[in-house]
Design a protein around this ligand. Structure first.
Ligand SMILES: [Zn+2]
Length: 385
């Protein structure tokens, strides 16, 4: 069981320590007060309604002053030392979640204006949190132990539940950007959680398709569930199959590297997973990240995006938790850039075939982890599983 301790930083931001299971002395005992005396937090930025697309755009000009690739001895998410009073007052920790000091959304929460049209704007309500995966400054998620991976998953699940309960929140999005090529501004292994006051454009598209399918099936089957079944029956794009989760390269993958990891059970979000499912996820997720990193001699930049059912009632029932793990890397020394067709038109052109990518991901060998029972094995090469 993961122990948690909630505290406040000197400017009032919430910070929560999540301890690894089996930690004998609760880390809570070690936490110290934030003595930095930070100035009070500012007001939220602005959201503006784009009438051309009916989408909200967050205007966060105040974030220009945020930390950008600080040297290791000034890292804001390393544990505090005498010479580096960081964001995390403790001298050591396992996993920490805290409110971003330079948030795109928040800190206040509330509803977005309704009846939006040209000229409609409002406060950028919401919440942006940082999730530090480890006190170690170097490394990456794929190098974490399974116990630590499980703690991060527990943090995601608990924060999803807490953020979903805040007034006006419509979508909770845990994600990780890994690699400077993706725009990472901090090397320390970490992710983020955004709680939006509106359904994001991508979630809106996915949510509408899921709802249409679900209603056509009279609620008997979900779109994601049917795609999972179809991919498992076909087998040619499967990367792995477990007891509770399976991963595949989707039939119409958009990115040179793209993996979808889907729970077998229809759940809306990480908060709805059982303990057993989270245990397996800790193993499966590490395995996928290791496979990505085993493809090339250097670490592969990626975006790890947890798609959770929006809190909008009309989209909630058909929503289905899944991970979309994508990378623009198309060769050892080549990245795909979003240019005219993709960036301007949203029309993706993929230079790799999903089947060949799946075959490569199945074929790479990854070091096994031992902390949890090895319930999983990669699907045999080319064989329907
Ligand atoms: Zn650090």
């Amino acid at each position: 069981m993961t122990g948690t301790t909630s505290t406040r930083l000197s400017d009032g931001r919430e910070l929560i320590y999540f301890d690894d299971a089996g930690t004998s002395t609760p880390r809570a005992a070690e936490f110290t007060t934030d003595h930095r005396g930070l100035p009070p937090r500012g007001e939220p930025g602005e959201i503006r309604f784009d009438a051309l697309t009916e989408e909200w755009v967050a205007v966060a000009a105040h974030r220009q002053s945020r930390t950008h690739l600080p040297p290791a001895d000034q890292c804001p998410i390393c544990p505090t030392t005498g010479s580096n009073p960081s964001e995390i007052p403790a001298a050591d920790y396992d996993v920490v979640v805290f409110e971003n000091r330079f948030p795109s959304l928040g800190p206040a929460v509330g509803p977005v204006p309704d009846q939006a049209t040209w000229g409609t704007k409002g406060p950028a309500y919401g919440r942006c949190e940082v999730v530090s995966f480890t006190p170690e400054h170097t490394g990456s998620f794929s190098g974490l132990s399974e116990v630590r991976s499980r703690t991060v998953i527990e943090a995601w699940a608990q924060r999803t539940a807490a953020l979903s309960a805040l007034p006006g929140i419509k979508q909770v999005f845990p994600f990780e950007n890994r690699g400077a090529d993706i725009g990472v501004t901090l090397h320390h292994p970490h992710g983020q959680i955004y709680a939006y006051p509106y359904v994001t454009p991508r979630a809106g598209v996915l949510g509408a398709a899921a709802r249409k399918f679900y209603e056509a099936q009279d609620g008997r089957e979900t779109l994601t569930g049917s795609l999972l079944r179809a991919e498992r029956e076909d087998g040619s794009r499967m990367v792995m199959e477990g007891e509770n989760f399976s991963a595949y390269v989707p039939f119409a993958a958009r990115w040179p590297l793209e993996i979808h990891l889907v729970p077998h059970r229809h759940v809306p979000d990480l908060a709805a997973l059982s303990g057993e499912e989270k245990d397996e996820l800790a193993h499966v997720y590490l395995d996928l990240l290791k496979r990505l990193d085993a493809l090339y001699p250097t670490p592969t930049p990626y975006i790890s995006a947890w798609h959770q059912a929006p809190l909008e009632p009309a989209l909630r029932a058909a929503g289905y938790l899944h991970l979309q793990l994508t990378s623009p890397r198309r060769a050892a020394d080549k990245l795909k850039y979003l240019a005219g067709s993709e960036a301007a038109m949203g029309a993706f052109i993929n230079d790799t075939t999903p089947e060949s990518v799946a075959e490569r991901l199945r074929a790479v060998s990854v070091p096994p982890s031992a902390a949890f029972p090895a319930v999983l094995a990669a699907a045999p090469e080319g064989a329907p599983a």
